[in-house]
Design a protein around this ligand. Sequence first.
Ligand code: 6GU
Length: 255
Amino acid sequence: MHIDIITAVPEIFNSPLQASILGRAQKNGIVSIQVHNLHNYSPNGRIDDYPYGGGAGMIIRVDVVVAAMRHLQHHRQYDEIIYLTPDGHRLTQALLNRLSLCKALLLIAGHYKGIDERVRHFVTLEVSIGDYVLTGGEIPALVLIDGIVRLLPGALSDASSALEDSFQEGLLGSPLYTRPREFEGLRVPDILLSGNHQAIAAWRAEQSRLRTLLRRPDLNPNLFHDEVPLPPKLAEETASQLGKSGPPSQEEEPS
Ligand code: 6GU
């Protein structure tokens, strides 16, 4: 896969793209990622201007962004041209899965107040990473890239682990433990030390289901309708594992 990014602030991308799984995926040729400085596509070096109609803040010029896009499109055919904007489609695992099958993506990250409205005519997809406002589209672009690249074959050392993610089946992940076996009175569940792989797999599946029901029932409404009722003892156990205050409700976020 190849990913191009157009941004006014290319420095933001330096270390996130070089570290860990994203860095290794590029070194191993699984993905190539190129950051393009918007300032290089302006004849006079100016990429923004005052808003028509007045108001605070500067607006990125559409002609400069489209010049950068056309330059890159001259060299490559893109499957999607994605504008990162808070009013775009909310990013989901399903969208990441779809984008991970693409050959070439072009990402446009806005900064300052935004890009001239007319940029929307030149993109194929508008994406937001959630219902909150950030200073620019650069961090959202990194979120998108991280979510895509880890799905590419060979990016993760354990090929099966991407499929076992939270959200991949509309389920949250099951609890994870490593040594020590007991820490300040907190014990690793005995089942994980049993060596019974079938029983462990069943326990993990049930923990996933319970955790989804308790914390994020919105992810998987089928859990309520299709499946057998929860064994009361397991439900109680998981509720206590999740903390005395219980799961965060949809209305009231934890502070
Ligand atoms: Cl894509 N951009 C900005 N500036 N803020 C956001 C966002 C994008 N997604 C959520 N908040």
